[in-house]
Design a protein around this ligand. Structure first.
Ligand SMILES: [Zn+2]
Length: 392
């Protein structure tokens, strides 16, 4: 593999600086960044399709480079970043700053680095005689539950020739990751009856019923830990389930009328989280909720889904995986954190792997950075991918 030429590296770093300068914290609009990319691509004669959310303030961008009517390779990046409110940033979070071979800035690793590399390849891609196309896929609202990318993946899946492979450029230090857990999170509201605590037996204690439900969640978690299903390729080799927040009660001498808690399951790609939650919900309704209602009407449990995203299964036996394995033969395992890979694979039926520059260790922290050597490695990878996609 040849080293990427210096001008391409500089181009990638320059583009990364521009991408980082857009404060695309998930609560903000990402249209500034999306329009910048659309205009950049237009300079090379590449058309973009935008998929807006219902507010019109956020969008996915899809651009195809190369021939139509042939299944290609999707290069996927999310444009949103986590907040950068920490006071310990040494340099401004939304200003890419170089120190000691590292580029600091929110999103430098997670994951504008990959998007910048893909964009830096555009001048090369339009020059080459590509036999299969590349689909640049930039999404919104990944950090808040992979909720933006769906509309774009639906579109890809319905194409006459959907992509044969998706490379999700989350930071893996350019290692190939062949699996990712899914997540399903829920909010539970428990309504009891308020009254003087000295008459506790007359009332329905919302916190106590909530705590009994929480014990059922903990029981399920123990069951997964002991009985599986298992996949040893994950660092935590089974699905996990836990209560994550709780609030309730009004005063130390009042029976609590209300309690609310949230819980999540992070599940192996083929473990049916929906069924687990339906089963748990039924148990709670048949026992705890029934017991509450027997004591007082208008009490009981209500459940609300917060969000879910699917896990990404192992696609390394797909024929198109050879495009990647020809460059990086080693598979480095599966990860428990979320990515859009599960949406591409499960919802779009597109074989997917995760591989991108930078380290997840640096993500979601103050002074997030990406090493310049990682940008170089990613450009190497994309050049090698281009060589395979182009006519000899
Ligand atoms: Zn990310």
């Amino acid at each position: 593999m040849s080293k990427p030429n210096m001008s391409r590296l500089h181009h990638a770093i320059d583009l990364l600086g521009k991408l980082v300068a857009f404060d695309t914290t998930s609560k903000n609009s990402n249209l500034g960044l999306i329009h910048f990319v659309r205009d950049y691509l237009a300079e090379y004669g590449i058309e973009s399709t935008l998929f807006h959310d219902e507010t019109g303030q956020k969008a996915n961008l899809l651009a195809t480079i190369g021939p139509k009517g042939v299944p290609g390779i999707a290069l996927s990046g999310h444009t949103d970043v986590v907040p950068a409110l920490e006071t310990t940033w040494v340099s401004p979070a939304f200003e890419l700053t170089e120190r000691d071979g590292k580029l600091f800035g929110r999103g430098s690793a997670d994951m504008k680095g990959f998007s910048a590399c893909a964009l830096a390849m555009i001048p090369e891609l339009v020059k080459r005689d590509l036999e299969i196309p590349f689909h640049l896929c930039l999404s919104y609202d990944e950090e808040v539950g992979c909720i933006g990318v769906g509309s774009m993946v639906d579109h890809l899946a319905k194409m006459d020739t959907p992509p044969r492979l998706a490379v999700i450029g989350e930071p893996t230090n350019m290692k190939v990751i062949n699996g990712q857990k899914g997540k399903y999170s829920m909010r539970v509201a428990v309504t009891g009856t308020a009254g003087h605590s000295s008459f506790a037996p007359d009332h329905v204690n919302a916190i106590e019923y909530a705590s009994r439900a929480i014990n059922l969640i903990a029981d399920k978690a123990r069951e997964f830990e002991q009985n599986g299903p298992f996949d040893a390729d994950f660092t935590v080799p089974h699905s996990t389930m836990l209560t994550t927040t709780i609030s309730g009660g009004t005063a130390t001498n009042v029976t609590p009328e209300y309690c609310e808690f949230t819980f999540e399951i992070r599940h192996l790609p083929d473990h049916d989280a929906e069924a687990v939650i339906a089963d748990l919900q039924k148990t709670i309704m048949d026992t705890l909720d029934a017991e509450m209602k027997a004591k007082a009407d208008d009490t009981g449990f209500t459940f609300e889904k917060i969000f879910s995203y699917p896990g990404m299964g192992d696609c390394t036996d797909a024929e198109a995986f050879s495009y990647v394995s020809n460059i990086i033969p080693e598979i480095s395992g599966k990860v428990s954190y979320g990515s859009e890979g599960g949406v591409f694979e499960k919802k779009g039926n597109i074989p997917s792997i995760i591989c991108g520059p930078g380290s997840i260790e640096q993500a979601h922290k103050p002074n997030e950075f990406i090493e310049i050597s990682q940008i170089e490695e990613c450009l190497d990878f994309l050049e090698a991918l281009t060589d395979q996609a182009a006519a000899a």
